[in-house]
Design a protein around this ligand. Structure first.
Ligand code: ZN
Length: 551
């Protein structure tokens, strides 16, 4: 019996015990070092050692400062019962965050937290690679198990309190001294390297979550209408028309051969009479910000994703002025934009031709489009929300017969893909998007009497390993162009140009030189769809200079 008990004890690590002070030192050291690998790499890469003494001083002081900060905080937290209950989940969350920061080059800010909250199962599963699980197990699960198993030895409580008070005061004095001696250097370094605060684990998680909660709670909840007096200047339904807006996903403008990319990713589209706007920038670096923002009247600087669900967007004005608005979704939902219009969620479809394992190729969006158009009796505005180039499993976004560029890296473990294979897989998603958009145009061309038109516009771009950064959702103010520079393709039938008095050659010229953003979409669509509203700003209408008299 005794033998079994000792085996059990041994197995359950109950012979392991540690003084509370030592536990604090070890955990503070663990958080400072292993769980902040992403931060230290960022600092070492960005540090300009030509700065001399200042650079070395900062590199020396920062880890000590962070260690002391952890030590002070944990002195207040390592208490009987409470300590473990708080630290175990903290280690697990910090380990997962550290993995993403170190391996995928992401930063954690309020938008990223919002993004995580809205992640669906498919996205989450695609991110769970063998390496991610192994990393999480070694740096998160094992330390957490050790912490649970360990017995923390506290001194008799009076002595424990006195000892902690003494060390806390000493730590406070030391951290103040260090803070003063390195503040100037830190201030200068941070000025050009602002990602530092969104990389300091786990403070970045707390700060971003709190900001997110605050933004959620302070705004007004009353629903606001854009413009109840908005009306159409053209005759409604006299001659039914159709317009399709294709919302792209994770497509980079610089990967479109129409924009000068050296691989032929737009073979099908370049056969069509399309105009590619070369300099268009997104509102955010993630779907949850960009999609509601591009439909909103608010420009990027004023846009608040938490307020957006409580106000209308241009789809509501289209509906209000007599358009039949339809949202077809093959991505992760419309982020509240399509709430008040007819919606079809296609990614749950069982259509075997396009779908397997819970995702569908984007061609599902045009399955049945021809029949739909043949029956149109009312002015119609269709939004197609594509899954486009959604990573990290780029190789799952296109059917095998569209695998144009080879070899491809057929793995979602993007940071371990060879760059050529990764870029080929990504470029295949762009090629496939080009096929889908070109097919849509060709279906529209069969209905010239509907005076059809189409815009393709991506929600944000993607990093493909440049400077160690992958995926997207980077802090907007410091995000690389790859995540913000998005493709914008316009196609108008002859009928539409004539009916609405647009000069196509003028638009083509505008596309080469003009610089635009998601801020322009609202006003451009309103004008294109002949909607008169006090919310319309002609200066933000991309096409206003190319529209002649309006009978
Ligand atoms: Zn997106």
């Amino acid at each position: 019996m005794h033998f079994f008990k000792s085996i059990l004890n041994r197995f359950l690590f109950s012979h392991l015990h540690l003084k509370s002070l030592w536990l604090n030192i070890i955990i503070s050291f663990y958080f400072t070092s292993v769980l902040n690998l992403g931060l230290w790499r960022y600092i070492l890469v960005r540090m300009d050692f030509g700065w001399g003494f200042n650079a070395y001083l900062l590199c020396f002081l920062l880890p000590i400062f962070l260690f002391l900060l952890f030590f002070l905080i944990f002195s207040l937290i390592i208490l009987p019962y409470f300590g473990k209950a708080f630290l175990v989940p903290l280690i697990l969350v910090a380990s997962a965050a550290n993995y993403a920061m170190f391996n995928l080059g992401i930063t954690i800010d309020p938008a990223m937290i919002q993004n995580i909250m809205e992640t669906n199962t498919r996205e989450a599963l695609e991110l769970m690679t063998f390496q991610a699980i192994l990393w999480f197990f070694i740096t998160g699960v094992i330390p957490a198990i050790l912490l649970v198993a360990i017995r923390i030895d506290y001194l008799p409580y009076k002595r424990e309190i006195i000892q902690r008070l003494k060390l806390f005061c000493a730590g406070l004095v030391l951290i103040t001294l260090i803070g003063f001696s390195g503040f100037k250097q830190y201030y200068f370094f941070r000025h050009d390297n602002r990602a530092i605060s969104s990389l300091t684990n786990p403070f970045n998680i707390f700060r971003s979550t709190l900001r997110n909660i605050r933004r959620h709670s302070i705004h007004q909840r009353e629903f606001t209408y854009l413009d109840p007096a908005a009306k159409r200047t053209s005759h409604v339904n006299d001659n039914p028309s159709v317009f399709i807006l294709i919302v792209g996903e994770t497509a980079r403008a610089d990967r479109f051969s129409l924009n000068g990319y050296n691989k032929e990713t737009n073979a099908e589209l370049s056969k069509e009479d399309v105009i590619s706007f070369k300099k268009v920038y997104s509102c955010g670096t993630s779907t949850s910000i960009s999609v509601p923002c591009m439909f909103s009247v608010k420009p990027r600087r004023e846009f608040n994703a938490h307020k957006a669900p409580y106000s209308e967007n241009f789809l509501d004005l289209l509906k209000q002025t007599g358009y039949n608005v339809i949202w077809l979704d093959n991505d992760e939902g419309c982020k509240g934009v399509c709430k008040r219009v007819e919606t079809e969620q296609l990614d749950q479809s069982k259509n075997r031709k396009y779908c397997s394992n819970g995702t569908c190729f984007d061609e599902i969006l045009i399955d049945g489009l021809e029949q739909r158009l043949a029956q149109i009796k009312q002015d119609t505005f269709i939004v197609m929300h594509t899954i486009g180039s959604h990573g990290p499993a780029y190789y799952l976004r296109y059917p095998d017969n569209q695998r144009k560029f080879k070899p491809t890296c057929d793995s979602n473990d993007v940071q371990n893909c060879d760059p050529e294979g990764l870029n080929n897989a990504y470029d295949n998603t762009i090629h496939y998007t080009n096929v889908v958009v070109a097919k849509t145009i060709n279906i529209l061309k069969k209905f010239p009497q509907l005076n059809p038109g189409l815009i393709y516009l991506s929600d944000h771009g993607e990093s493909l390993g440049e400077n160690g950064v992958f995926l997207h959702a980077y802090n907007y103010s410091i995000a690389p162009d790859a995540q913000k520079h998005v493709p914008f393709i316009l196609w108008m039938s002859e009928g539409m140009r004539k009916q609405k008095h647009y000069s196509y050659s003028c638009l083509a010229k505008q596309a080469e030189t003009g610089e635009f953003s998601h801020d322009n979409l609202y006003h451009t669509v309103l004008a294109m769809m002949d909607i008169e509203s006090k919310t319309y700003n002609p200066e933000l209408d991309m096409f206003s200079q190319c529209r002649t008299s309006n009978d």
